[in-house]
Design a protein around this ligand. Structure first.
Ligand code: MG
Length: 370
């Protein structure tokens, strides 16, 4: 089902301004009666990548569901079947795989983390993204977050404005918040190589700790050049779409940090492989988000809590950016971290009444296996 949820304020990224998040929520009922939930969500419709919430729904209904109905509900088997028969559509595959992991965890009485690896932490650090577009409003927002012990690391979305204006914005926020607070930026592919060379040098001078995806996603060589400068940590995000892309970055020594995203990687299993590859190569890790609601965010948290190294924390803050609660019990954000539930499956209970109220009018299509 497609669910529209307004955000608490406009969220301004280089490629889109979001006022609302569209969730594609997947509910799978297995033949033993066990139910699992998953989520496919994008940023700004088609602004960020080739899948939209609407395409995720139509492709699940038309292709993924018929492929899987009557087959094993084991998430590893289903994931392999999807990979063999469905090209691309990483977000849609992730949504279905997540729902099957939720169901499998409930079936076996274990949290999804235990199906993916060994849980090494029960909470993951979570930063906040300052993206109101207004420097003073961003500073006030950050100070409020620090005072409430909700976030003490901030990521700034830049790349929409002139370089000097963007750097001045970062500098003012860094000065206002002080040395103890880590400030990072996400350019979302908005710079060319020359702008990136200049921009990174300027950002280093104002105390910025990391630059995320300064260049277009396919420019691996350009990212390697920026990393070789050694001025600020370089993080790959949009470039990483699973293990094959991760290998290209490792071979080219093109990033200090990988932002691992379960949707971009085509699911929890593939994202776990990206994490293991980064570890083996000495690349640091960060848990990324596609601004998923509580369902997708906690699925990612179940994976990230199994990563032995999570040097740069996570950005699983998006449930706090949404105005509507879709769980019967909200997620727990405390002491700058998100707690990862221990209950079976994803460890959450979707509020189906709230979800039905927010869902788009058309009735959900149900396919039964004959
Ligand atoms: Mg990013």
């Amino acid at each position: 089902m497609l669910v529209d949820v307004p955000t608490i304020r406009p969220h301004k990224l280089a490629m889109a301004v979001m006022h609302c998040q569209v969730l594609c929520l997947v509910k799978i009922t297995c033949s033993d009666g066990v139910v699992g939930w998953g989520e496919g969500t994008t940023i700004g419709g088609l602004a960020y990548g080739p899948e939209s919430p609407e395409s995720i729904k139509v492709n699940i209904d038309s292709y993924l569901a018929p492929l899987l109905i009557g087959q094993s509900a084991d998430p590893f088997a289903a994931s392999a079947r999807m990979a063999a028969h469905i090209a691309g559509n990483n977000f849609a595959r992730c949504a279905v795989e997540t729902a099957l992991f939720d169901a499998q965890g409930k079936r076996q009485g274990v949290p999804v983390s235990d199906l993916l690896g060994t849980r090494v932490r029960d909470a993951v650090p979570v930063l906040w993204v300052l993206a109101s577009g207004d420097t003073a409003a961003d500073i006030a927002e950050a100070e409020d977050m620090i005072a409430r012990r909700r976030h003490n690391v901030f990521k700034l979305k830049i790349g929409r404005r002139e370089l000097a204006e963007d750097v001045a914005h970062v500098a003012r926020i860094k000065r206002a918040l002080g040395d103890a607070i880590s400030i990072r930026v996400d350019v979302n592919m908005a710079w060319d190589r020359h702008t990136a060379m200049r921009g990174i040098a300027m950002l280093a001078d104002v105390g910025c700790d990391l630059v995320e995806q300064p260049l277009v996603n396919h420019d691996v060589a350009g990212m390697a050049e920026l990393k070789a400068q050694g001025k600020i940590a370089i993080m790959a995000d949009e470039s990483l779409t699973g293990p094959v892309s991760a290998q290209a970055f490792i071979d080219a020594d093109a990033a200090d940090v990988f932002a691992v995203k379960i949707e971009q990687s085509a699911g929890l299993i593939a994202a776990g492989r990206v994490g293991a590859m980064a570890d083996a190569a000495g690349t640091a890790l960060y848990g990324g988000t596609m601004l998923e609601s509580a369902i997708g965010s906690i699925a990612a948290a179940q994976l990230f809590c199994t990563f032995p190294n999570l040097q740069w924390g996570t950005e699983l803050f998006a449930p706090l950016l949404l105005t509507q609660e879709i769980l019967t019990t909200p997620l727990t954000y405390r002491d700058f971290a998100l707690e990862v539930p221990q209950a079976p499956g994803l460890g959450i209970t979707p509020d189906e009444v709230a979800i039905a109220r927010l869902a788009r009018g058309a009735p959900t299509r149900t396919i039964t296996h004959g």
